[in-house]
Ligand binder design. Structure first.
Ligand SMILES: Nc1nc2c(c(=O)[nH]1)N[C@H]1C(S)=C(S)[C@@H](COP(=O)(O)O)O[C@H]1N2
Ligand SMILES: [Mo]
Length: 256
């Protein structure tokens, strides 16, 4: 029998932390076996002398991994789509807090802020975003906790929006700041993927508060934690912005 093991986000971050501490001496042996410390120093630019510098070197290796995934990622490959009959009802809610603490954003007062390597930084209102071309998708949302659900999102193709505001296409990262203090960031290829949308609707209705009203970034090629809800600000940058879960040890690329 297939058993689903659900490990909640906080648990996973704690596990990652515990593993980092427990695995220290053996991991160091592993590093010594697979690559001389001198070699690792050369590769990462970190001077491998103590535990802290091993940590720093591993962080660099992990970032190197993110870059490798970026190279492997084929921006033209589409995530599977599904018929409306397969939509998961009720659709699950998830956040780093409970349903009773969902952010209640005032859609009339809300303005999407833009900063960084963007030509036109004027803020956007909800009616302005609704007036742009919209695209609908029925795709699978996959949470790293071990569950998935099929949903129907509609909104503005993000590549179209980035072109409209004159975002620097050669920049490495797009960062997102959310009304609930959540934050994450993605690579430019994912931002420009044809299925990456600024979702304004769920199942033909305005995005409900629990699913990220007034706007969430929907990317079926990325895990749930890379899909920010209640997006408040978007910035384009070449400086690594990290993320809420990413800074606690989750893989930054987090997708295909
Ligand atoms: N602003 C914000 N966005 C977020 C989160 C969050 O806590 N805050 N959680 C992420 C995680 S881990 C998941 S699985 C999905 C859940 O989205 P849903 O409530 O639409 O299922 O939102 C993602 N985006
Ligand atoms: Mo998640």
């Amino acid at each position: 029998m297939k058993k689903n093991i659900i490990v909640h986000h906080q648990g996973q971050a704690m596990l990652a932390d515990a593993l980092r501490q427990v695995a220290q001496p053996s991991r160091r042996q592993f590093l010594q076996r697979s690559l001389s410390l001198g070699g690792l120093s050369l590769l990462t630019g970190c001077n491998i002398g103590d535990q802290a510098s091993v940590e720093a070197a591993l962080a660099v290796v992990s970032r190197f991994n993110d870059r490798a995934q970026g190279w492997l990622f084929d921006p033209s490959r589409l995530a599977p789509t599904y018929p409306d009959s397969m939509i998961t009802r009720p659709f699950p809610f998830n956040a780093y807090y409970g349903l009773d603490e969902v952010e209640q954003v005032d859609g009339d007062a809300w303005r999407l802020e833009l900063s960084g390597l963007v030509a036109d930084k004027k803020p956007w209102s909800l009616p302005q975003l609704r007036a742009l071309p919209q695209q609908t998708q029925v795709t699978r949302h996959i949470c790293v906790e071990g569950w998935s659900a099929i949903g129907k999102w509609g909104g503005v193709p993000f590549a179209h929006f980035l072109d409209l505001v004159g975002a620097d296409k050669t920049a490495k990262y797009i960062g997102f700041k959310c009304a609930d203090d959540y934050f994450t960031s993605i690579d430019m290829a994912t931002a420009r993927h044809p299925q990456t949308i600024m979702a304004l609707s769920w199942d033909g209705q305005p995005l409900p508060p629990e699913y990220g009203y007034p706007m969430k970034l929907r990317m079926p090629t990325k895990l749930g934690y890379k899909n920010p809800k209640h997006v408040q600000a978007i910035f384009v940058t070449n400086t690594y912005p990290g993320g809420y879960w990413e800074d606690q040890g989750y893989n930054w690329f987090g997708g295909s």
